[in-house]
Design a protein around this ligand. Structure first.
Ligand SMILES: C[S@@+](CC[C@H](N)C(=O)[O-])C[C@H]1O[C@@H](n2cnc3c(N)ncnc32)[C@H](O)[C@@H]1O
Length: 315
């Protein structure tokens, strides 16, 4: 049987799959021809292509993903890029805490793209930490990525303070998990998706931990759902003195929140956004680099670029 990469792309595209071009290349290169038909059937049922192929292109790196981890999407690439922009503002060797590292995609990419950053990455799942370890070694950054098994709802001892806390926590309300497409409702560990009754319980824990472990002037970079943005901004404001910005796509949906921490017991006037306002102006550049690197030829028309929308909320 002769199958071309275009045949696979056409089939994925007709079935309405995202990223048909990039995923067709992955399947073509990684799946033996005799297994292709059953692989395509699995993809039709929602099985993630990078898990089948054993490889996820992410910000210029080839990472391993398995059924034990959530497959990071374009929002998470934008979250990571945003964090790199923030890191570039910090002198010396910035220290970063990633909460809920999963495959390690964020932690490993940060360490790769910022050569002096030191990352501590936590996760509650031993299976996820194993994959994160593999990826840190694969990319050659395991000396700067420390992995810790930890439940973020509990206190994290003997680490910090950090310059940056970044997280893409589970944020889907328990009752909504079953309504997600099969990739997330069936083929992703529930613990990576389920954010509790209102979807916000892990976000609350992350914000709490950030307020405990960030040094004054440090940054929290957080992914959430667009519908949660206003509530998440309130949760952040209630935990101390912060300046908050939400970054939105062209369609106006806010998925990445950046907050700068002044402290818990300091007055609202001491919160300064500092250089970050000018940094936000560079998101157009970040966005185009991210597009190029993330996709390896994946059509991008449906991925909204990230542009600035500011909602100052200094307290
Ligand atoms: C949405 S996934 C994000 C994974 C990865 N950071 C990414 O962006 O691709 C959330 C991660 O949080 C982890 N997690 C869930 N509950 C947790 C908890 N209580 N403490 C720490 N990590 C938790 C899950 O195991 C999962 O790896």
């Amino acid at each position: 049987m002769h199958v071309t990469v275009r045949d696979i792309q056409r089939r994925l595209s007709v079935a309405g799959h995202e990223y048909s071009a990039g995923y067709a290349s992955l399947l073509y290169e990684r799946i033996p021809i005799q297994e292709l038909e059953s692989a395509l059937r699995a993809v039709d049922q929602g099985y993630p292509v990078p898990v089948l192929a054993g490889l996820l292109p992410f910000l210029g790196l080839d990472l391993k993903v398995t059924e034990n981890v959530l497959m990071p999407g374009p929002e998470t690439a934008a979250l990571t890029r945003t964090t790199l922009v923030v890191l570039a503002e910090i002198e010396g060797s910035p220290s970063v805490l990633e909460i809920g590292t999963g495959s390690g995609a964020i932690a490993v990419s940060l360490a790769h793209h910022h050569r002096s950053a030191r990352i501590t990455a936590t996760d509650i799942s031993p299976g996820a930490l194993e994959i994160a370890q593999v990826n840190a070694q694969k990319v050659g950054v395991s000396d700067r990525v420390r992995l810790i098994r930890h439940d973020c709802r509990e206190h994290l001892d003997r680490v910090g303070p950090f310059d940056v806390v970044v997280s893409n926590p589970p944020y889907v309300a328990t009752n909504d998990v079953a309504k997600l497409p099969p990739q997330w409702s069936m083929f992703t560990p529930r613990i990576a998706v389920d954010g509790g009754g209102d979807g916000l319980s892990l976000i609350r824990a992350v914000v709490r931990q950030a307020a405990q472990l960030l040094r004054a002037g440090g940054y929290l970079v957080l992914e959430c759902d667009d519908g949660q943005r206003a509530t998440v901004e309130e949760i952040i404001a209630e935990s101390g003195s912060w300046a908050v910005r939400s970054l939105c796509g062209r369609a106006g949906e806010g998925r990445v929140i950046v907050a700068r921490f002044a402290g818990v017991d300091v007055g609202k006037d001491s919160v300064e956004w500092g250089n970050l306002d000018s940094l936000m102006g560079s998101f157009a550049t970040v966005e185009s680099v991210y597009h190029d690197e993330l996709t390896h030829g994946v059509p991008l028309s449906h991925i909204p670029p990230w542009s600035e929308r500011t909602t100052p909320r200094a307290r």
